[in-house]
Design a protein around this ligand. Structure first.
Ligand SMILES: Nc1ncnc2c1ncn2[C@@H]1O[C@H](COP(=O)(O)OP(=O)(O)OP(=O)(O)O)[C@@H](O)[C@H]1O
Ligand SMILES: [Mg+2]
Length: 413
């Protein structure tokens, strides 16, 4: 329990975190205060720079924990390196050099990670091995400084795609893609990565995401390859864009993986997500668009860690992140049929109406006429996308899955 880590963001050493019994103590650097100003939420909604609340140990702990995978995936990653899974700083000392968004965690006093990153080429066999290893152990391989920490429960690895092929990232180099392993053939949700690629294709057509994704084969394994929206090509280099998810923004600890679902609780909620946007000077319209799309595609897994916010390097701007981890669940037969976040107090996806979506948007302060326009536009755009999409490009998506989306679109149209 003696890892002290520096937090780098956008080329600045922003803070140092120390372990503490009740959480973690955080000290903001003078450079961060000078660059972004006291109260800036560039790191997180939860942690305004240079303020007492932005250094509160319980908040710091919840936010940093949110960078790690949950549940069994976390304990397996911890076991792999003989770390206590509750020792968040020790976990991040190993896995925190490439994570969601632009934060990079290094040992205190270590050089700027932008100067230490390197890539190590991997071939299809090695990628297959990394993915099956992740499925067995929850981690991403067995070499200490090459690992990326991402939230979520699915076995995944993060790699960089270069002009010469795939590479493992080491020493703080940014990954550019996330690869998630297919569920096993016999599983009731074996088409999960196929419907994710299809739902992202629809979302792109509707204007809800920029993410390119497709199902690919690496030796004997199938995986979805998802382009990272928090990485941008900048000349020959890759630049990170910062993001945090809704659970982090609200300070919800996901040590209990169930806590990211609302299930009748006050938090997480769509209205709290809307408040993160409006507090940051953004409009909540894109969130209502995404909520509508979530109902249309039957994405009952749209929980707090599947909604994120982009935080730009000016230290002020916040935007809803592009749609990610969207997939079709309703057709599977093992679906609960319950939305992860309530809409106008309702949870059963089959009961959600246009009026409910409008009421939800209105509860965030949107004028009802504006909310209605947003919902209608999203339903129309999704209907058009469904008519246009090349279904033969998604051979793993069954007739039943498409028909279920058609039914929801007709119901809301
Ligand atoms: N395209 C993307 N660009 C940038 N970050 C992403 C992208 N997709 C996912 N992420 C980040 O990686 C995390 C894990 O990815 P994802 O949600 O796809 O995994 P998962 O294991 O399927 O999650 P779940 O447990 O919700 O099923 C996300 O919570 C998000 O922070
Ligand atoms: Mg997810």
């Amino acid at each position: 329990m003696n890892d002290v880590l520096d937090v780098w963001l956008y080329g600045t050493r922003a803070a140092t975190v120390h372990p503490q019994r009740s959480g973690m103590s955080l000290t903001w650097s003078e450079e961060a205060v000078r660059r972004w100003g006291t109260g800036s939420r560039v790191v997180s909604h939860l942690l305004p720079i240079g303020t007492a609340e932005g250094a509160q140990p319980a908040r710091v702990r919840a936010w940093l924990e949110g960078l790690l995978p949950e549940g069994r995936a976390r304990s397996a990653m911890a076991a792999e390196h003989r770390i206590d899974p509750d020792d968040t700083l020790a976990m991040l000392a190993v896995y925190g050099k490439d994570t969601a968004g632009a934060v990079v965690l290094v040992d205190e006093g270590a050089p700027d990670p932008a100067t230490t990153g390197r890539l190590e080429p991997v071939d299809a066999d090695e990628i297959a091995e990394m993915l099956t290893h992740a499925a067995r152990h929850g981690g991403g391989g067995n070499r200490l400084d090459s690992l990326t920490s991402l939230a979520g429960m699915e076995p995944k690895v993060a790699l960089a795609r270069t002009a010469h092929g795939w590479a493992r990232v080491r020493g703080g180099a940014p990954s550019t893609h996330i690869l998630k392993l297919s569920r096993p053939d016999g599983s009731a949700t074996r088409d999960l990565i196929d419907t994710e690629a299809a739902a992202l294709d629809l979302a792109r057509r509707v204007g809800l995401t920029s993410v390119q994704a497709g199902v690919e084969r690496f030796a004997h394994v199938r995986a979805i390859v998802v382009q990272r929206y928090d990485r941008v090509a900048d000349g020959g280099a890759v630049r990170r864009i910062h993001q945090e998810d809704l659970a982090q923004a609200l300070g919800l600890s996901t040590a209990d993986p169930d806590r990211k679902f609302q299930r009748g609780r006050a938090l997480p909620s769509y209205s709290a997500a809307a408040a993160v946007l409006t507090d940051g000077g953004s409009t909540p319209d894109p969130l209502l668009r995404l909520a509508t799309f979530t109902v249309l595609v039957g994405n009952t897994d749209a929980h707090a860690k599947n909604h994120s916010f982009l935080r730009h390097d000016d230290g002020a701007r916040v935007d809803l992140a592009p749609a990610y981890d969207v997939s079709m669940h309703e057709h599977t037969g093992v679906s609960s049929g319950l939305l992860a976040l309530d809409i106008a107090g309702r949870r059963a996806i089959a009961e959600i109406t246009v009026d409910d979506l409008v009421a939800e948007g209105a509860s965030w302060g949107l004028a009802p006429a504006r909310a209605l326009r947003v919902v209608r536009q999203t339903v129309d755009a999704t209907a058009a996308a469904l008519a246009d999409i090349d279904r033969s490009a998604h051979p793993g998506v069954s007739m039943q899955a498409w028909a279920q989306v058609e039914r929801r679109v007709q119901q809301l149209a």
